[in-house]
Design a binder for this molecule. Structure first.
Ligand code: ZN
Length: 241
């Protein structure tokens, strides 16, 4: 009788141990379950459906781009406008890829031809991002001081590039007033236009060779106006495809 009772107690103890072991395993499995099962998390498919836009700030690093009559540098103005466009686009739920976010160009100090390396790497970065569109931001310069205004360039055989360029040009003409009556211009020789596979435009926001426009291009207010205009044009293009 005593022996039987001992056996029952021993058996119960083994059973309890097995039960506790099993429960702790289940608890560990639940704790290590990936968080993606939570319904409050954004679905991966939702984020990949966002339109992707590349903003290319022209020049950078050793390459200042055009130098203004007042000594300011094109590369700095390009980057400041691009950063503002980025903010507006992200607020409109667009995914933005920047070719550069600092002054640094896209080359290595050891590259024998930094300009060539920079342009090649820019195109590579844009093509790898396979964006819906790319806007390359630049400032212009001319040997006649009186010339001013914004102009948008597209690759001559790109229908989508042409459509984006015409939307942007129309908005620039409207925002910059009666004096800006330029039309979007086809081009077949710019390196970026030739080597980027998705729709791309080059936006020349204004002339650094013109004293009054150069002064405007260096103000926060005017940079913001240009950025808003570019952002609105991009949204119009994306929403009317
Ligand atoms: Zn430039």
């Amino acid at each position: 009788m005593k022996t039987n009772l001992f056996r029952v107690e021993f058996f119960m103890a083994i059973l309890m141990f097995a039960l506790v072991f099993q429960l702790s395993r289940q608890a560990a499995a639940i704790a290590s379950t990936p968080a993606v099962l939570s319904s409050s998390d954004p679905q991966p498919s939702a984020s990949s459906q966002k339109p992707v836009v590349v903003l290319d700030s022209g020049h950078g690093g050793f390459d200042p781009g055009k130098i203004s009559v007042d000594g300011s540098l094109e590369k700095d103005i390009n980057l400041r406008i691009a950063q503002r466009v980025k903010q507006y686009l992200e607020a409109s739920d667009v995914e933005v890829v920047m070719t550069r976010s600092t002054d640094a160009g896209l080359y290595r100090e050891t590259d024998s031809n930094k300009k060539t390396a920079d342009m090649r790497n820019r195109c590579q970065l844009i093509n790898d991002a396979s964006p819906d569109l790319t806007v390359s931001i630049h400032q212009n310069s001319y040997h006649e001081e009186s010339v001013k205004g914004a102009q948008v360039f597209y690759y001559k055989s790109s229908e989508n590039g042409k459509r984006l360029a015409e939307i942007l040009q129309k908005r620039f003409d409207y925002v910059l007033g009666n004096e800006n009556t330029r039309t979007a211009k086809a081009n077949d020789s710019y390196y970026l236009l030739l080597h980027v596979k998705s729709p791309i435009v080059i936006v020349e926001c204004g002339f650094l060779s013109n004293w009054s426009e150069s002064a405007l291009l260096n103000t926060d207010e005017y940079q913001d106006r240009l950025a808003w205009t570019i952002h609105m044009g991009i949204m119009e293009y994306l929403n009317t495809r």
